[in-house]
Ligand binder design. Structure first.
Ligand code: SAH
Ligand code: SF4
Ligand code: F3S
Length: 447
């Protein structure tokens, strides 16, 4: 490749989970520190980072179509952008990307992106650069301090996964479970709050596997970290995701009843309601043990919103086993949930199992499951109508004077008024749909 003139603008496009969104923000921080500016909305960027997701086949294929689109747009504009592929596809298919997509100059894995500035220098010399090493923690130490934040910020506290669910690529793309040190996390949380965050969501592929030592050297778990961060006076809300049923502790359940700033929301994926399928997935919990956990969370924090993830059509799933999933949904009454058709991932044990189901079998099951989830989401939202709740404004709505924010239960609420992003507004909920609620700003009652 010939040498390239240094890019003046960049864009990071993140796909997949919130941890990827966090990484995307950190890559943007790194590039800004190099003097490269974020490209204005609607304009082509001179450097594009595709921060990819490998969790399902469709997500992974997307990267190649995105590269094609960038090349075409660049050719039309007379200058191709420098392209970096980051994230989990970079980790899993780095070499393949290099050979299949000559327009890509840099391939950087999720644990190596702190080296992006050095890789960029290499790319500017006309050399293609690839780094998919997995040095634990080094990345975080090498990142600049947080200086920017929206009202709701992500903070990665734990990375990687040792659970090896048989369908999942994460243990391979993100490596072994590691917890970031307590002190670093408290410092990063302080910086985020100074930069304007009112809400922090603690992130991890298995966030409740986080463990560390507090300032006194005592061993603590995620609940201890939440307690420490709750002491930051200007921080108003704390959330965490994603949790694994096996790593739920008594302390975490109790925290929901004791810490006001910890929002009444729990994302606890179950994947299936069938114990046979759960075993084949290597999930290490049963439908019943999962339901018992939910009951305990509900006892600690009545009204807590429960969210989950489901996979439909795992190899060998029978109609009766699928119906057990529907039954579990009926029992839990989810406030929201994500559901996906099973997607075989290269190198995972499930990919080589027998009895893969066809799309014709999976699709109607997925539709039935999603109808059940939608019904429960709507019911959860309808039960909130008439309540007045604090809403944290995250962005403008589509119409002038309209605002969009989140309730404590992570419901999207839109309403009109004279406000600003980051305001916490008392809003009366007046109408519910399955995915959002309409609100009205509570008027002060005259004495
Ligand atoms: N660590 C989290 C979730 C990680 S991936 C957990 O253990 O639950 C996010 C979701 O993607 C998973 O919960 C699962 O529902 C879905 N998923 C993962 N691998 C998948 C696959 N091969 N096919 C379909 N969905 C998958
Ligand atoms: Fe994947 Fe299972 Fe780990 Fe979640 S717990 S990231 S689903 S292997
Ligand atoms: Fe996707 Fe990687 Fe997250 S595979 S879901 S971006 S951990």
């Amino acid at each position: 490749m010939p040498p390239v003139t240094p890019p003046k603008t960049f864009r990071v496009k993140s796909f997949g989970c919130q941890m990827n969104a966090y990484d995307g923000e950190r890559m943007a921080d790194l590039l800004s520190a190099q003097g490269i500016a974020p490209a204005p909305e609607g304009e082509n960027a001179e450097l594009v980072v595709l921060n990819t997701c490998h969790i399902r086949e469709k997500a992974a294929e997307k990267v190649y179509s995105d590269i094609g689109r960038l090349v075409k747009a660049g050719d039309e504009a007379g200058r191709r952008p420098l392209i970096a592929v980051a994230g989990c596809v970079a980790q899993a298919e780095g070499e393949e990307i290099m050979s299949r997509a000559p327009a890509v100059s840099m391939v950087v894995g999720p644990q190596a992106y702190h080296r992006l500035p050095a890789m960029l220098e290499q790319a500017l010399r006309g050399e293609r650069a690839s780094d998919t090493d997995m040095p634990p923690i080094a990345k975080f130490d090498a990142l600049p301090a947080r200086r920017r934040s929206g009202p709701s910020a992500f903070l990665t506290v734990q990375e990687g996964c040792d659970k090896f669910c048989t369908y999942c690529v994460v243990p391979y793309t993100r490596g072994a479970e590691i917890s970031r040190p307590f002190k670093d996390l408290v410092t990063e949380a302080e910086k985020l709050v100074e930069a304007g965050a009112c809400e922090i969501t603690l992130l991890g592929q298995n966030v409740n596997a986080w463990s560390g030592e507090d300032q006194a050297g005592r061993a603590i778990g995620l609940d201890g970290l939440i307690r420490a961060i709750a002491k930051l006076p200007d921080l108003q809300r704390i959330r965490y995701m994603t949790s694994h049923p096996t790593d739920v502790t008594d302390g975490l359940i109790a925290a929901h009843g004791e810490i006001d700033k910890l929002m009444p929301f729990l994302h606890l994926p179950v994947q299936s309601g069938s114990d046979r399928v759960l075993k084949a997935m290597n999930r290490s919990h049963t439908a019943d043990s999962y339901l018992k956990l939910i009951e305990r969370f509900r006892a600690a924090r009545p009204g807590i919103a429960v969210s989950g993830d489901f996979i439909v059509g795992f190899p060998g799933e029978t109609e009766a086993e699928f119906e057990e999933t529907l039954q579990l949904v009926d029992t839990v009454g989810y406030a929201q949930a994500f559901s996906f058709n099973y997607s075989p991932r290269p190198g995972t044990p499930a990919a080589s199992m027998d009895n893969h189901l066809s799309a014709q079998v999976m699709q109607p099951r997925l539709q039935r499951l999603q109808a059940a989830i939608n019904r429960d989401q709507l019911a959860f939202n309808q039960a909130s109508v008439g309540k007045t709740v604090p809403v944290l404004i995250e962005r403008r709505g589509k119409l002038p004077g309209q605002w969009l924010g989140k309730s404590p239960w992570l419901q999207s609420v839109w309403f009109d008024g004279d406000h600003a992003i980051g305001d916490m507004v008392e809003v009366e909920l007046i109408e519910a749909g399955p995915n959002s609620l309409e609100g009205r700003k509570k008027m002060a009652v005259a004495a």
